[in-house]
Design a protein around this ligand. Sequence first.
Ligand code: GUN
Length: 289
Amino acid sequence: MAADIIDGKAFAATMREKVADHVSRLKADHGITPGLAVVLVGEDPASQVYVRNKRKQTVECGMQSFEHRLSPETPEADLLALVKRLNADPAVHGILVQLPLPPHMNADAVINAIDPAKDVDGFHISNVGLLGTGQKSMVPCTPLGCLMMLRDRLGSLSGLDAVVIGRSNIVGKPMAQLLLGESCTVTIAHSRTRDLAEVVRRADIVVAAVGRPRMVPGSWIKPGATVIDVGINRIAVPETGKTRLVGDVDFDSCAQVAGAITPVPGGVGPMTIACLLANTVTACCRANG
Ligand code: GUN
């Protein structure tokens, strides 16, 4: 195996320590405790796991956690009323409405009802616009975590060729904006991209965020490239009758060629929550001048 493994789990643990330090200073020096409200509508099993982890880590960092669980039949108006209350609550500095929402709800309307200053997901249209124009914004957690690992590994990213595979609002598009902000030459590839292999082969940085298990083989990777795997796909393992998590890149073959690669699990995933905690502290500091 040629590639270095980028240890997102260890990186995230260090970040959480820094967040916890910052929180204790805010408490000691200013009497302020950052607070994060997480809203979960429905019983999606994956969302329940994410929300539980977010709560646990929020509390472990010394912050206040406010959890709101609503039934899947909750009318959208009730969710909007809750968001309005959280917007007005001075103890709440960050608000996260877990996605996906049930089909009867308009996710855009709900996200855009969140006070942009408390939008720790960075999904509000104002934050999207600020990021796109290079202004100070709340930055979506998963792309932010990817960028931190890239900067840690590579230092300056200026002039590098970066390919982002996937064009979602949550990962692909903001990731491309962040890389552009670092002066990379950025390509966003997606399901309609012609000759994806050729596009990926040019890249010094590959960020895979398509949600298709092991879609990117090692033969697509430029030797020495840095590969960031955002995918979390659960697949069946027929030999054991169990399931396991794999990314969007074929780890074994890509690790033979890449210079560095994130594993799944233990790569991007832990960084996402660490960045959420950091964003909550940032929102708290901005709210308190
Ligand atoms: N569902 C999956 N990822 C995310 C995320 O980063 N934020 C929210 N709000 N929901 C999600």
